[in-house]
Design a protein around this ligand. Structure first.
Ligand code: ADP
Ligand code: MG
Length: 205
């Protein structure tokens, strides 16, 4: 099951109006600094050989200024020696929010399954997730959120509920319409009161 190229995965999300953080591949510290345009950024090393990037020191968060960017870039290149082929992805630094996971998987018998829950490190710690078969209705999406123990956190105290309900339906549509997509992981989607964006996208075809 090959990993879809990050920027292609992002395009597929765009097609379904699923928001993701501004990103671009960079091939030098200078191009990373150009991408940053004076703002804080994130640099990540993307390789099929490294599934858990942050655990392997492959996510450089909240970096700022030419010096810091160059140091982070060089460190990624050093770590990348063992992880070829790889690409270095620059991203805007998302504003703080709640991290949730939205996932999709394929069940051999029943087909596409949609998952939602608290994201980041909490996924494994609490196993508080809800699963439904695709396609889901709006009522299913509302139900998924209300069944979560962490519903208050996941919906930003209810303020982002409508936004996440609509997001779940879009992901369900993407999974249902794209037979080739066998697995999808948006972990995390960073949710705020008035918006959200996926900052880590993993799609297997
Ligand atoms: P992995 O899951 O492979 O370790 P991620 O891309 O999910 O790597 O990054 C790890 C963590 O870093 C995320 O859970 C999130 O907390 C933070 N993070 C990643 N990208 C961004 C971003 N663009 N803006 C803000 N925080 C980010
Ligand atoms: Mg992640």
């Amino acid at each position: 099951m090959p990993l879809l190229d990050y920027m292609q995965a992002r395009k597929l999300l765009d097609k379904y109006k699923i928001k993701s953080i501004g990103s671009a591949y960079v091939n030098s510290a200078e191009s990373a600094a150009d991408f940053a345009k004076g703002k804080r950024i994130v640099l990540k090393l993307i390789s099929e050989k490294a599934v858990h990037k942050s655990r392997a020191g492959l996510v450089k968060l909240d970096i700022d200024g030419e010096k810091e960017i160059a140091a982070a870039y060089d460190d990624l290149v050093r770590r990348g020696r063992m992880l070829r082929p790889y690409k270095i992805l620059a991203q805007k630094m998302a504003d703080p929010g709640v991290e949730i996971i939205i996932g999709g998987n394929t069940d051999a018998q029943f087909g596409k399954v949609l998952l939602v829950g608290l994201g980041g490190v909490y996924v494994e710690a609490f196993k508080d997730v809800q699963l439904r078969l695709c396609p889901i209705t709006k009522a299913d999406a509302v139900d998924m959120l209300s069944e979560l123990q962490s519903r208050k956190i996941v919906t930003y105290d209810g303020k982002a509920e409508d936004e996440i309900v609509s997001l779940l339906m879009k992901v369900s549509k993407l999974l249902t319409e794209n037979k080739k997509v066998s697995e999808l992981d948006l972990n995390p989607v960073i949710v705020r009161q008035d918006s959200y964006e996926a900052v880590d996208i993993r799609i297997l075809t």
